[in-house]
Design a protein around this ligand. Structure first.
Ligand SMILES: *Cc1c(COP(=O)(O)O)cnc(C)c1O
Length: 427
């Protein structure tokens, strides 16, 4: 597809003036509503990325936008030097929603992961009794937890890491979904404070572990007095057909206090992305007081963290998840999507498999990671009115806003099937 002169203009402006830190699909968007996006030429698309699952509630959700507008006219930022009348209400609301005792507010996902690391290390020293500067945190290979210098230190992606050293120490990597490896490290390393894990690895290509992996990991963490730190920045807030991916197959919307058998309660929960419905950067760390209270005044902070805009927007965005039953919708449409894709794959040689949970899914393209096939499929999808992006070369993630209807999903499946058909070798 030809990039129009108008689109090229905007793309060139970025290319000439900006850091070349991304390689976007060549579409220039100017408007969004629900599951739809429009480019600068007025062409309409289905959004199948949802800003990496930040826009679970759909683009420009009227309730969230209204909350944002009203708060913007009233009070935007006080800093934490003073109290504001939204932060306490927000903390009360979110701790109740997710059933934790305390919340630490921040802005981006990486910041919340950083805060969780600090909390966990300090808990390790002051509560567990780890000797000074010996604390270790176990992480998984192929993880994605953000882009700060500490976080990339324990990435296994060379692009994220190479030439950005020296790297931070104190992290031990195990293979994902390998409970024996976790146990082996815990048995041989007495100074482990935490196990940081994504309940489903999104960036890595939507790797869904064995159903009991997180549950078994939690049991081991308990046995060895180690904190289970769940990074639900991408998987949380309804995306996987449950409020959190650690809820397992339970799709009740919001804070089920009488947790389902499938629920594994992490010690430290990290949220971001969809907590604001994609309108404003909001992230948070949640844990109980016994852990959170290791942080005292002056030991952590953020100028924008917990500002009244963030608090107001996040409460509304979480309320929308519940009121519109988006968790259940993700669960139902996700099953439909995978079934439809599977029936295509059964006759396909270009697509190897579909995997995922709820509306966080991916297809694996039958080509190498270095190949351009997945990228070219995404360009063709764009031409056909659906926006998605490859992750790790040969994997395409499909994550539409959770406000999608069954009818719209049907249309999308048509687009995806007919696009993929163009890439089948017999065509
Ligand atoms: C997006 C993401 C992050 C980082 O969030 P930012 O807001 O980009 O800093 C961390 N962990 C996971 C699992 C993510 O998907």
């Amino acid at each position: 597809m030809e990039t129009t002169i108008k689109a090229s203009h905007f793309i060139d402006l970025e290319l000439v003036n900006g850091a070349h830190d991304y390689h976007p699909i060549p579409v220039v968007l100017e408007r969004g509503e629900g599951v739809y996006l429009w480019d600068v030429e007025g062409k309409k698309y289905f959004d199948f990325l949802s800003a990496y699952s930040a826009v679970n509630q759909g683009h420009c959700h009227p309730r969230i936008v209204n909350a944002l507008q009203k708060q913007a006219e009233t009070l935007t930022l006080t800093s934490r030097a003073f109290h504001n009348n939204k932060l306490g209400a927000y903390m009360d609301y979110v701790t109740d929603y997710f059933n934790f005792e305390r919340l630490l507010p921040s802005n981006t996902g990486a910041e919340a992961v950083e805060a969780a690391i600090k909390i966990t290390r300090k808990w390790g020293y002051t509560i567990k009794g780890i000797p000074a500067n010996k604390a270790e945190i176990i992480v998984c290979s192929q993880n994605f937890h953000g882009r700060t210098s500490t976080i990339i230190s324990f990435s296994s992606d060379p692009g994220s890491k190479t030439n950005f050293g020296p790297h931070a120490k104190g992290f031990i990597t195990i293979p994902y979904n390998d409970i024996d490896a976790l146990e082996a490290v815990l048995e041989t390393h007495p100074h482990v404070a935490g196990f940081l894990v994504e309940p489903i690895q999104g960036e890595a290509g939507v790797y869904t572990p064995d159903t009991d992996f997180i549950k078994k990991a939690k049991a081991l963490c308990n046995e060895f007095n180690v904190l289970l730190m769940a990074d639900e920045i991408q998987t949380g807030i309804g995306r996987t057909g449950s409020l959190l991916a650690v809820c397992g197959s339970c799709s009740c919307e919001g804070h089920c206090k009488q947790q389902a058998d499938t629920y594994t309660r992490p010690d430290v929960l990290i949220l971001g992305k969809a907590i604001s419905g994609g309108t404003y950067p909001v992230s948070a760390v949640l844990c109980d007081s016994e852990i959170m209270d290791v942080i005292q005044p002056g030991q952590h902070g953020s100028t924008f963290g917990g500002n009244p805009m963030a608090c107001t927007v996040a409460m509304e965005a979480l309320e929308v998840i519940r009121d519109e039953k988006l968790t259940q919708n993700a669960s139902r449409l996700g099953q439909l999507f995978r079934a439809e894709m599977q029936s295509y794959i059964d006759k396909s040689s270009i697509v190897l498999k579909v995997r995922g949970r709820g509306l966080l899914n991916a297809i694996v393209i039958n080509d190498t990671e270095e190949s351009k096939t997945a990228w070219n499929i995404c360009l063709k999808l764009m031409e056909n009115g659906l926006l998605a992006k490859p992750t790790h070369g040969n994997i395409i993630r499909f994550a539409p806003p959770l406000v999608m209807t069954e009818e719209q999903l049907g249309e999308c499946i048509q687009i995806i099937r007919s696009t993929l058909a163009c890439f089948e070798p017999n065509n």
